[in-house]
Design a protein around this ligand. Structure first.
Ligand SMILES: [Zn+2]
Length: 315
């Protein structure tokens, strides 16, 4: 027997082992402190976000939460209970980022207004982050919209750079918010059967999205890049995030920080996307490279019964 064979076998098996684990993802959570505030008292919001944090801790996920700071106020006064949600988040070692003060659509307001709102959106979160010794450096566009004219897109890009913000991209874009909306409706109607169905379908839908964006990445880069998932701080995730993280984990993903993810060279790809909406960064890069319509085929859709249930016709 060739004396090098055992080493060769060892190399091959360890290489196979590494390949099976060679998938990475960062999880980001928008609209903090809580997405649907009119439905829950501030104290309930604390409990629900605590459940979300517990899920992250159980699966060792270094999530970044994007704060919509206007949500911290009741009329013009800061709600200290809502503020405690951000403190709890930071005390758990999780990072916060800027999601503006009023969640403005960049295509609907002047740049002056958008810029002021963006700066206002950092005041409390940046101070709290500093007090907790956690860095604060990311910006997440509301609705992922980054400008429908080239001038506006470049203006914002320049402004973020000048203010030392790193843009938080999203690759696994999805309509989790529609599931969350439906889930709230079922919750209000005390319909536990529908809640359970929505929760189960949510996991299948999200895994289908992960697979779809893996394929998109393979088509564009010939490899599965480190991915970024977007979800929101809501009741659906308080109840189902644990199942979602477990499913993603079982699909061979390891959760890593957003810093590690965007250090993937793919994130240096040219992105000249200009448009009204906010697609996945993989699609922005594909559009910049001139991909035709066939590239985007196969994007998983929201089940029809949810469209009927919510009356939201969006995909
Ligand atoms: Zn948002």
């Amino acid at each position: 027997m060739n004396r090098f064979l055992p080493i060769a076998i060892l190399f091959i098996t360890s290489h196979l082992f590494v390949s099976a684990q060679d998938k990475f993802m960062s999880v980001t959570i928008d609209d903090m402190p809580f997405q649907h505030q009119s439905m829950f008292e501030s104290e309930e919001q604390v409990e629900l976000v605590k459940k979300i944090i517990d899920h992250f801790q159980k699966y060792d996920v270094p999530a970044v939460g994007f704060v919509y700071e206007g949500k911290l106020y009741n009329d013009k006064l800061i709600d200290s209970t809502k503020l405690s949600i951000l403190k709890m988040w930071l005390s758990s070692g999780l990072e916060l980022g800027n999601h503006t003060f009023s969640h403005l659509d960049i295509n609907q307001v002047s740049f002056e207004e958008y810029k002021n709102d963006l700066l206002k959106g950092a005041i409390i979160s940046s101070r709290l982050s500093k007090e907790h010794g956690i860095k604060y450096e990311y910006f997440r566009h509301p609705y992922l919209r980054s400008g429908e004219t080239k001038a506006r897109m470049l203006e914002l890009r320049e402004f973020l750079k000048d203010n030392n913000y790193k843009v938080a991209p999203v690759t696994i874009d999805n309509s989790e918010w529609i599931f969350a909306f439906a889930y709230n409706k079922a919750y209000e109607q005390n319909d536990s059967t529908t809640m359970k169905k929505l929760g189960t379908d949510y996991i299948s839908y999200m895994i289908a999205k992960v697979k779809y964006y893996e394929e998109q990445s393979n088509k564009l880069f010939r490899k599965n890049i480190k991915q970024v998932l977007l979800i929101h701080a809501n009741l659906l995730n308080a109840d189902y995030l644990g199942y979602l993280l477990k499913a993603i984990n079982e699909y061979d993903y390891k959760f890593i920080t957003l810093d590690e993810t965007i250090s993937d060279k793919a994130y240096e790809t040219e992105n000249n996307y200009v448009g009204r909406y906010g697609p996945s960064w993989i699609h922005r890069w594909a559009l910049t490279k001139g991909a035709d319509e066939s590239f985007f085929a196969g994007n998983p859709k929201i089940p029809n019964y949810i469209k009927d249930y919510t009356n939201i016709r969006y995909e």
